[in-house]
Design a protein around this ligand. Structure first.
Ligand code: OXK
Ligand code: ADP
Length: 590
């Protein structure tokens, strides 16, 4: 328990705790926050020091916590969010008031959208002045701003309530559908003192923060009957399934039923992508052809074309394709959000999958052979076609020839975590680079957000200790690029590979007016991102061929030194928005 030496007891302390021993040792808000986090097994803070939380970062470090300081709060927030996803414990992001808070807020909103558990703890200015709008330093009603973007938001005004505030934030972040939680700690709170013993008693060690949610037997029965009736069943694994850490049971479910499955992007590796039941290489065949689809921790949002339309065999963009859906999810409100869910199974994925397995027993009939062989035939053809493309060695290097190298490196180092963002750099990596273990692929997620790269890479290295490979489009890297200093400062085993094609999507656009400005999508040609890494003492490599890229990646994995490889790609390679070009509105009038 942290205590302060001073014997000063304020009037409000005495008011709050009548009968307290004013001669006793005191504690204060700073120490109580740290004690409450530690009591709940939280050992890492991602943040950026400044008024009013600078001392909090110092004291947290002094108290044995890992405090990872960033160069911009959004990256600290992204780090906290992905730490939450990887560990099932809320990741903590600590920011200063108003502007720092707002910088962290994008990450908080992204965490909520992706169902990642995190807590954004932000210092804030004086309530009395903020509420009267009298123009305080960094004045903002942060709680009001955070509320619509967070799963829950709380403010603590009294030191004696810090324990409750942190307990509520932890529960809100990890129970049920995980999400981002905001905790507002006004500057004055940190220096508030109270009796140390009473302070200790006010802290709460949260018991069972994410209670199991057991599915109803009749719901499980309904789902199994529907699954049994299927002629062309399909299982869709989403990042909720990856989050749940029910890896062994999920694998047994897939293998015992023999049902083909499709992993969503961050569910890749839940079973090895090379698994014979994976239908990933024939996505556009299995979605419209399946008759019963079981979603496990995946939402029917835009990434799944809302469960209808042409992707699913519907006659027009809004038409239902005729599939019946089983949805396994912790959120009872998720079912029917886009199309009818015939068999919702509500509960945590671990409990749901084990209950389903009990009902499946040991002699479940495998899906009809025609369905399996139709998939296998198409899948093998696509994989062979892909192998042909990957074997080419064009000059200059393109996405495929570069990713062929990354694919080999991940195969040889299946423990490594792959962080991935960009447009083409994202889409090509997703379909070319096989993953072999759960929770090893971290990417732009539900929003397709750019800027997660270095925050995710730092947190992945910090919480796992494994090597991290970040495959970055040159545009995407720019959103968090300054954090290469952070990689070097903490000497993290992160290898950043920038696919540099001189621009957003590609580098060949021209200004139609012939004026001096380059086109909006074009960057400085031939930029040397590798020099940026060298500026901070990391290893920078300029690679123009697959052989150079391979050598540099192998060295990075071997040495575990922070490395940035500027992989020069054909500037004409890449399409606008990658595989989601269709989402670009096109102007009628040019
Ligand atoms: C997959 N495929 C393969 C393999 N794996 N072929 C051979 N071998 C292997 N191993 C095939 C698969 O069958 C598909 O072909 C194709 O490769 C692509 O696969 P996949 O799974 O990536 O599918 P698709 O159609 O791209 O998936 C749709 C999607 C995905 C919406 C889920 O595009 C996605 O996750 N997009 C996120 C994009 C994003 O967030 N971008 C943000 C940046 S853009 P077919 O023939 O079966 O179809 C941006 O910010 O602005 O522009 C901006
Ligand atoms: P993807 O983008 O991979 O399809 P989504 O983020 O759309 O995945 O969906 C994840 C789903 O998983 C959400 O609906 C969420 O409620 C659910 N989920 C998250 N954690 C759990 C869990 N432990 N148990 C059950 N469902 C979960």
């Amino acid at each position: 328990m942290g205590t302060v030496e001073s014997q000063v007891v304020t009037a409000s302390d005495v008011q709050q705790h009548p009968g307290m021993n004013t001669q006793s040792q005191l504690t204060d808000g700073f120490h109580l926050v740290i004690d409450a986090l530690k009591l709940n097994g939280i050992d890492t803070i991602f943040g950026l020091p400044g008024i009013p939380i600078t001392d909090l970062t110092r004291m947290a470090q002094a108290a044995g916590m890992r405090v990872i300081s960033f160069r911009h709060e959004q990256n600290a927030g992204n780090a906290a969010a992905i730490a939450g996803f990887l560990t099932m414990k809320p990741g903590i992001c600590l920011t200063v008031s108003a502007p720092g808070f707002l910088n962290g807020l994008t990450a908080l909103a992204n965490a909520t959208t992706n169902c990642f558990p995190m807590i954004l703890i932000s210092g804030s200015s004086e309530r009395e002045i903020v509420d009267l709008q009298q123009g305080d330093y960094e004045e903002m009603d942060q709680l009001a701003v955070a509320k619509p973007l967070a799963k829950a938001a709380f403010r603590v005004l009294h030191a004696g309530d810090i324990g409750v505030g942190i307990a509520r934030a932890i529960r809100a972040a990890v129970s049920g559908r995980p999400g981002g939680v905001y905790l507002d700690l006004p500057a004055k709170l940190f220096a508030q003192t109270m009796d140390a013993e009473l302070g200790t008693k006010s802290l709460i060690k949260v018991v069972d923060p994410a209670p199991r949610q057991i599915p109803a037997q009749d719901a499980v029965q309904r789902a199994l009957e529907l699954l049994k009736s299927a002629r062309r069943p399909l299982i869709l694994l989403g990042k909720g399934a990856a989050y749940a850490q029910a890896d062994a049971d999920i694998r047994v479910l897939i293998e015992r039923t023999g049902i083909p499955y499709l992993p969503m992007s961050m569910a890749k590796g839940l079973l090895p992508d090379t698994h014979e039941q994976s239908a990933a290489a024939t996505r556009s065949y299995v979605l419209p052809e399946a008759d019963v689809v079981m979603l496990i921790g995946a939402r029917l949002n835009w990434l799944l074309s809302h469960g209808k339309g042409k992707t699913w065999g519907g006659q027009d963009p809004k038409a239902w394709g005729g599939q019946k859906f089983i949805q396994v999810d912790i959120s009872p409100q998720e079912a029917d959000s886009n199309v009818r869910i015939d068999a919702p199974v509500v509960g945590d994925i671990g409990s749901c999958v084990s209950t389903l397995l009990a009902g499946i027993g040991s002699n479940w009939a495998k899906p009809p052979a025609e369905w399996l062989s139709a998939i296998a035939e198409r899948k093998n053809k696509n994989i062979a076609k892909m192998a042909e493309t990957l074997a080419k060695n064009p000059v200059p290097m393109n996405f495929h020839s570069a990713l062929n190298v990354v694919r080999d490196i991940i195969k040889a180092n299946p423990d490594a975590i792959l962080v991935n963002e960009g447009a083409n750099a994202l889409d090509f990596t997703r379909s070319i680079v096989d993953m072999y273990q759960p929770r090893k692929r971290l990417d732009v997620g539900t929003w397709g957000v750019m800027g997660i790269g270095m925050g995710f890479a730092v947190a992945a290295a910090v919480v796992s200790g494994q090597p991290v490979i970040a495959i970055e489009g040159d545009s995407a890297f720019g959103f968090s690029g300054m954090e290469v200093e952070t990689l070097c400062r903490y000497d993290l085993p992160v290898c950043v590979v920038i696919f540099n094609n001189n621009g957003v999507y590609r580098g060949t656009d021209v200004n139609p007016t012939g004026g001096p400005d380059v086109a909006p999508t074009v960057f400085v040609k031939g930029a040397r991102y590798d020099k940026l890494m060298e500026a901070f003492g990391g290893v920078g490599v300029h690679a123009t061929t697959p052989a150079e890229l391979r050598k540099a990646m192998e060295a990075a994995i071997r040495s575990r030194k922070p490395t940035l490889i500027n992989a020069v790609i054909d500037e004409a390679a890449g399409t606008e928005s990658g595989r989601i070009t269709s989402l670009n509105p096109s102007a009628r009038k040019k």
